[in-house]
Design a protein around this ligand. Sequence first.
Ligand code: DC
Length: 234
Amino acid sequence: MSISPAQEGVPVIAIDGPGGAGKGTISRLIAERLGWHLLDSGALYRLTALAAAKHEVPLDDEAGLAGVARELDVVFRAEGDATTVLLEGCDATTTIRTEQIGDAASQVAALPAVRQALLQRQRDFRKAPGLVADGRDMGTVVFTDAPLKVFLTASAEERARRRHLQLQEAGVDASLSSLLKEIQARDARDMQRSVAPLKPADDAITLDTTRLTIPEVVDRLTEMLTERGLAPDT
Ligand code: DC
């Protein structure tokens, strides 16, 4: 793993787990609480899928997709508690969140050459005072030396319910049963792929969020950081 001298000793909290377990929200809140940087690695896979569609690179062209991932022209612009994502200068914040792009991202993420192409870009997010890294392989591949690794889970039914609520709030009509099926299909693809499959790192702490509120999860993770001397008492 290549770490520059400036990155040495910069703490990382790796937050992995299946989609819909609350990683995105939790990671953002922890990063805000600590004043640390945030890596939404799923967004990079989603952006690769979107850029591929834009440049008409088919989803079975692994070398072409790896090229798209390497050349990805992306800017994450933090504005208050929201982040605007620019792809080739155009706002892609909402487009990358559609089910269609999520599905394409899951296919793109199964390709070893694409994962390799995005590896260093992800590691470059490690900057002082610290990084909260949200993904599927943060603890197992990208930041294997992270001093805190957490695997957030929740039942597929609960994750579908949360996603349904989120879509309803955004004014999008979706059926709960089809969301559950999509979540189960994506879990299976993420867990069964040969490269960087979704699984907890050997030294990860697994936290089931099915019956926990967001503030409860944030408090538990903050406690874990404090116990390890990574965050001041809050
Ligand atoms: O977390 P998300 O739904 O935005 O991720 C989109 C897809 O990318 C999802 O199918 C899993 C995949 N992904 C991955 O393989 N590795 C990561 N570190 C992050 C996401």
